[in-house]
Design a protein around this ligand. Structure first.
Ligand code: ARG
Length: 592
C-alpha cells in the first residue's frame, strides 16, 4: 500500500501541473503545526524561486485548483496561508477508507521491499565460556529486532551470533583444568585411547574455571605464559586440546542457547571466530600477492586510510610479529566465508561503539582486497553503554559485572512485586505475567533509545506502567483485549460486518491519523537501522489510543454501527501494536 504522504502528494500533483508548475513541488509532510493542520505542502515556497512569483499566489492558485478538481473529496480542508504554505486536513471518510485498506491487506499494507535480498546480521557476539553480561545484552536485543524487522519486510535475514570462541580464554581454561584435574587423559602425553565423550566439567564448573583462571593470569606470569602456549597449541591443531575445546563449546553453547532463548533471541547461524581460521592462511597470502599487505615493525599490515578522512586511521593489522592472527583477521576470514556461502547484498554488525575503528579497518580492507563488492553496504550499528543511575557502566550492587541472568531475574522479581500489590491474580499467573512484562521492560528500555547513545538503566522507570515504557505499551494492548472481550460478552461478534466510519471526534481522528504512519515508520526504521523509531511510534499510538479511550464510551455506545466501527478501529490498533512489539522482540500477556 502507498504511504499516506505519497497518497496526498499524488492527489496534489494534478493541481500543480494544471497551474503550470512542475509536479515535483507537490511534496507533502506531516504538519509541524498540528494545531493548524494535519499535513502541509511547502512546494509553493520552492516553486516561487523557479517561477518568479510570490509563494502565496502559487499556494492560492494550487489550492483553488485542488478544491475544484476530482480529488477534493479526499480533503476536509485545504488552505493557502502566508507566506506560502498549503495547510491540509484529510476528510474523515478518506481516512476511514485508508484504514479499511490497511486492515484488509496482509501486514497492514506494508510492502515487502526486501524481495528476498540476503542480509547478514552479526549480533550477540558472546564469548564462549565467559558469562554473558549486560554488555552483550544490547547487541542481542538490538540485533534481534533488526533481524525480525528485515524479515518482516521480506529480506532473507541471516542472523549469526559470531561467537568469540578462539581466544586466550581457551588456553586459560585448559591450563586451569590441568591444575585442577591433572589426571585427565588430555594431559597424559602417553594416552593413546579415545577421549571420553562426556565433558570433564559441568557448566557451573566451567563458569567457575574461567574467572579463576583469568584472575590467576593477572598475578601469575608463568601461568599466563602457559595459557598463551596452550592457546597457541590449540590453534595449531594439537588434538588433546582440540578435544577439550570441543567439550567447552558443547557445554557452553547449550547454556548460551538457553540464555538467549530466555531473551527471545534466536540465531540462524552459530558460527564463530574458529570457523574463520581455515581461510586465514589463504587470505594472508592473497593480501600479500595483491600488494596490499606489507611488513611494518615485524607485523603484517594493510593501509586503510583515505584522503577524505578527517582523522588519521592506523592500518589494519593482519598478523602480529609473533605470527598470531588477530580479531580483524578472523573477521576478514569470516567475510570470505559469508561471501562464498551467501553472497549477501548487505551486512549489519551490531557491537559496542568502542569497536568502531576495528570495523572501519575490516570493512575497508575487505573492499580494497575485493572480498566484498565496493557497493555492498556494510553497516556497523554501534551502540552506547548501559549505565547505572550513577552514570557509570552498570554494575552489581557489589560493584562487579552484572550477569545477564541476574539482571533478568531482578527485573522479573520487581515486576512480580508490582503485580502482587494489586493481588488480583494468582501467584502462578503473576510469575508468568511478570516474565513477559519484565522482558518487555528490559527490551523496550533499551530499544527506545537511539542505539548510539548511552542510556541509564533505571529499573523503576523501566517497569512503570506509565510513561514511555514497555509495560505501558503492554498495558494499552491488554486494555484493548479487555474491551474486545467485554464486547463479545455482550453477545456481539466482530464478524458482524461492521464498517469503519469516519471519525466522530478529534480524539478518534488523531488515533486514525497516527495509525496511517505505520508503513512509513516500519520501512524507515529498517532503512535507518533504528528500532527506536518503532518505539516512538507505538508510544504515540498508545497515547492517542488512551486519549480516545478516555473520551469515548465504547461499550455504552448505543448506535450499533458506530460501536462496531469503534471496535474495528481498536482491533486495528491492537493489531498494529502487536505487530510492532513482535518486531521489537517481545509480546503482551492476556492480563496484567
Ligand atoms: N565477541 C566480540 C566481543 O565480545 C563481539 C563480536 C562481534 N562480531 C564480529 N564479527 N566481530 O566483543
Amino acid at each position: 500500500m502507498k504511504k499516506i504522504l505519497d497518497c496526498i502528494a499524488e492527489a496534489m500533483k494534478p493541481a500543480f501541473t494544471a497551474c503550470g508548475y512542475d509536479d515535483g513541488y507537490a511534496r507533502v509532510t506531516l504538519s509541524n503545526r498540528p494545531d493548524l493542520c494535519e499535513y502541509q505542502c511547502n512546494g509553493a515556497m520552492a516553486a516561487a524561486k523557479t517561477y518568479k512569483k510570490k509563494p502565496i499566489d502559487i499556494a492560492a492558485e494550487v489550492t483553488e485548483r485542488l478544491l475544484a478538481g476530482p480529488q477534493k473529496d479526499m480533503f476536509a480542508q485545504v488552505t493557502a496561508v502566508m507566506p506560502g504554505f498549503i495547510n491540509i486536513r484529510l476528510a474523515e471518510a478518506y481516512l476511514a477508507s485508508y484504514l479499511t485498506d490497511m486492515e484488509a491487506n496482509p501486514k497492514y499494507g506494508l510492502e515487502e521491499t526486501g524481495k528476498g535480498e540476503t542480509v547478514i546480521v552479526d549480533y550477540g557476539g558472546a564469548n564462549v565460556a565467559k558469562p554473558l553480561h549486560v554488555g552483550h545484552l544490547r547487541s542481542a536485543i538490538i540485533g534481534e529486532s533488526i533481524k525480525r524487522l528485515g524479515r518482516f519486510l521480506g529480506y532473507n535475514m541471516i542472523g549469526d551470533v559470531h561467537l568469540g570462541d578462539w581466544g586466550l580464554q581457551m588456553g586459560l581454561i585448559i591450563e586451569e583444568l590441568k591444575d585442577r584435574k591433572p589426571d585427565l587423559p588430555y594431559f597424559d602425553q602417553t594416552f593413546e585411547g579415545e577421549y571420553p565423550p562426556e565433558a570433564p566439567f559441568t557448566i557451573s564448573e566451567l563458569e567457575d574455571i574461567y574467572p579463576a583462571a583469568s584472575a590467576k593470569s593477572k598475578e601469575d606470569e608463568a601461568f599466563k605464559a602457559r595459557a598463551q602456549e596452550a592457546t597457541f597449541r590449540l590453534q595449531n591443531g594439537y588434538e588433546p586440546y582440540r578435544a577439550i575445546w570441543r567439550h567447552i563449546m558443547n557445554v557452553s553453547l547449550a547454556d548460551l542457547k538457553k540464555n538467549y532463548g530466555n531473551l527471545g533471541v534466536t540465531f540462524d547461524l552459530w558460527k564463530g571466530e574458529s570457523d574463520a581460521q581455515q581461510y586465514i592462511p589463504g587470505l594472508i597470502e592473497d593480501l600479500q600477492k595483491k600488494g596490499l599487505a606489507y611488513e611494518s615493525q615485524g607485523a603484517l599490515v594493510v593501509d586503510i586510510a583515505k584522503d577524505t578522512d578527517s582523522k588519521e586511521l592506523p592500518p589494519c593489522i593482519i598478523r602480529k610479529s609473533d605470527g598470531a592472527a588477530l580479531y580483524a583477521t578472523s573477521d576478514l576470514g569470516t567475510l570470505i566465508e559469508r561471501e562464498k556461502e551467501y553472497s549477501p547484498s548487505k551486512y549489519i554488525y551490531i557491537t559496542d561503539k568502542r569497536q568502531e575503528l576495528h570495523f572501519i579497518q575490516v570493512f575497508r580492507t575487505a573492499k580494497r582486497a575485493g572480498y566484498v563488492k565496493e557497493d555492498t553496504p556494510m553497516i556497523h550499528l554501534m551502540f552506547g553503554t548501559m549505565n547505572g543511575k550513577d552514570g557509570k557502566p552498570f554494575k552489581t550492587r557489589e560493584g562487579g559485572v552484572m550477569r545477564l541472568e541476574h539482571l533478568v531475574a531482578d527485573i522479573n522479581e520487581a515486576v512480580y512485586g508490582r503485580i502482587m500489590e494489586n493481588r488480583t491474580v494468582s501467584p502462578e499467573e503473576a510469575r508468568k505475567t511478570a516474565g513477559i512484562i519484565g522482558l518487555a521492560a528490559l527490551k523496550y528500555g533499551d530499544l527506545s533509545n537511539q542505539a548510539s547513545k548511552d542510556y541509564i538503566f533505571d529499573m523503576d522507570r523501566f517497569i512503570s506502567f506509565e510513561g514511555n515504557t514497555g509495560p505501558y505499551i503492554l498495558y494499552t494492548i491488554v486494555r484493548i483485549k479487555s474491551i474486545l472481550a467485554k464486547y463479545r460478552e455482550l453477545g456481539k461478534e466482530l464478524s458482524d460486518g461492521g464498517k469503519l466510519l469516519g471519525a466522530a471526534g478529534e480524539a478518534e481522528k488523531n488515533l486514525m491519523l497516527q495509525l496511517t504512519k505505520y508503513n512509513e515508520v516500519i520501512e524507515n526504521s529498517f532503512a535507518e537501522t533504528a528500532p527506536h523509531k518503532i518505539c516512538q511510534f507505538i508510544y504515540e499510538l498508545s497515547d492517542v489510543f488512551n486519549k480516545f479511550y478516555n473520551s469515548t464510551m465504547i461499550l455504552k455506545e448505543e448506535d450499533e454501527a458506530r460501536q462496531a466501527s469503534f471496535i474495528k478501529l481498536i482491533t486495528l490498533t491492537k493489531g498494529v501494536l502487536e505487530t510492532c512489539i513482535e518486531l521489537l522482540g517481545f509480546e503482551a500477556p492476556e492480563r496484567m
